[in-house]
Design a protein around this ligand. Structure first.
Ligand SMILES: [Zn+2]
Length: 264
C-alpha cells in the first residue's frame, strides 16, 4: 500500500536527487528529523511511504522553479552519493529497499492519470498500485525487462562503447526486450543488430533491478558463433574483443555488467 504525502518514521528513509542518494555528511542514513529539514529546505515533488516494506522516500527536484540546479543549495549537513556506489557493501535487504523506493518514486512521477479515461489516479487502499476512481482501472508498478550479454570468443570477450550512455567505458551489449520475444531471442537480435555477429550457447547469468527507470536487467553469457564485427553506428561507437589482461575501463562495481566482466 502506498501512502502519498506521508512522512511516518519507517526503518528505511531515503531522499533522492536525480540518480543520487542524500545522506548525512558523515555518510549515515537519514532520520525522521532530517526528512523534516529537507522538506523545508529543498524543493520536492513526491513524498510517500510503503509501510509493509518499511520504506519512506522523498524526491528532491534537481532544478528549482527558476531552472537553477538545486544540489548546490543542499544544507551542509548533507551530502550526495550515487545510488550505484551506495549499493556496494550494503546488505541485500538495504539494496532491495533502496531500489524499490527509487523505482516506486520514478513510477509515481509518471503515473498520474488513467490511461483509459484520463481521470486523476489515486493510491489503491490495500495494494501498491494506483487506481482510477472513475473506471476502476488498476495500474501496477511497471518493470521493463532488458537483456545484457557478455559474448565470449576463446579467451576474449566482446565489449563496446555506447553512443548514448557512459561513453567513457566499455560495457556489454544490452537492450530492451521487444513485445512477443523470449529473452534468448532478444539476446540474438541485439547482438546481430549492434555487432553483426551470431551467438550460441546462451546461458542465464543473473539479474539486477535497475530503476532508472523501471528496468530489470537480465544477464546472459553467450559464445561467438559466426560473422565479422560490423557495428551499428547509431548505437555503438566502438566494439572489440578484449582478453582479461587488456580489459579497458568498464562499468563500476555494483552493476551486473561489472560482475560478468570481472568473473570472465
Ligand atoms: Zn479510468
Amino acid at each position: 500500500m502506498l501512502i502519498l504525502n506521508d512522512t511516518n518514521r519507517n526503518k528505511h528513509m531515503f531522499a533522492f536527487i536525480g540518480k543520487d542518494l542524500i545522506l548525512r555528511a558523515n555518510g549515515d542514513a537519514l532520520t525522521e528529523k532530517d526528512f523534516i529539514n529537507l522538506q523545508k529546505a529543498m524543493p520536492y515533488d513526491i513524498i510517500f511511504s510503503e509501510p509493509e516494506n518499511n520504506i519512506t522516500a522523498i524526491g528532491i527536484l534537481c532544478k528549482d522553479k527558476a531552472g537553477n540546479p538545486t544540489a548546490s543549495s543542499l544544507p551542509t549537513e548533507y551530502t550526495t552519493l550515487s545510488i550505484r556506489l551506495y549499493n556496494t557493501g550494503q546488505t541485500e535487504e538495504n539494496v532491495t529497499c533502496i531500489l524499490r523506493a527509487k523505482g516506486l518514486m520514478e513510477w509515481l512521477r509518471e503515473t498520474k492519470y488513467c490511461p483509459v479515461c484520463g481521470t486523476k489516479l489515486t493510491p489503491h487502499k490495500e495494494q501498491t498500485a494506483m487506481v482510477c476512481p472513475d473506471c476502476g482501472k488498476m495500474i501496477f508498478p511497471r518493470i521493463e525487462p532488458c537483456i545484457i550479454v557478455l559474448v565470449r570468443k576463446g579467451n576474449k570477450m566482446l565489449l563496446a562503447r555506447h553512443v548514448q550512455r557512459n561513453q567513457d567505458i566499455y560495457a556489454c551489449i544490452a537492450g530492451f526486450m521487444e513485445t512477443g520475444e523470449t529473452a534468448e531471442q532478444a539476446v540474438r537480435r541485439e547482438i546481430m543488430e549492434e555487432t553483426g555477429l551470431t551467438v550460441k550457447n546462451i546461458r542465464y547469468f543473473g539479474s539486477q533491478s535497475w530503476p532508472f527507470t523501471s528496468q530489470l536487467m537480465i544477464a546472459f553469457t553467450a559464445e561467438y558463433e559466426s560473422g565479422e564485427l560490423n557495428i551499428q553506428e547509431s548505437e555503438i561507437k566502438h566494439a572489440a574483443w578484449f582478453s582479461k589482461d587488456e580489459c579497458p575501463a568498464t562499468p563500476q562495481p555494483g552493476s551486473i555488467a561489472h560482475k560478468m566482466i570481472h568473473s570472465f
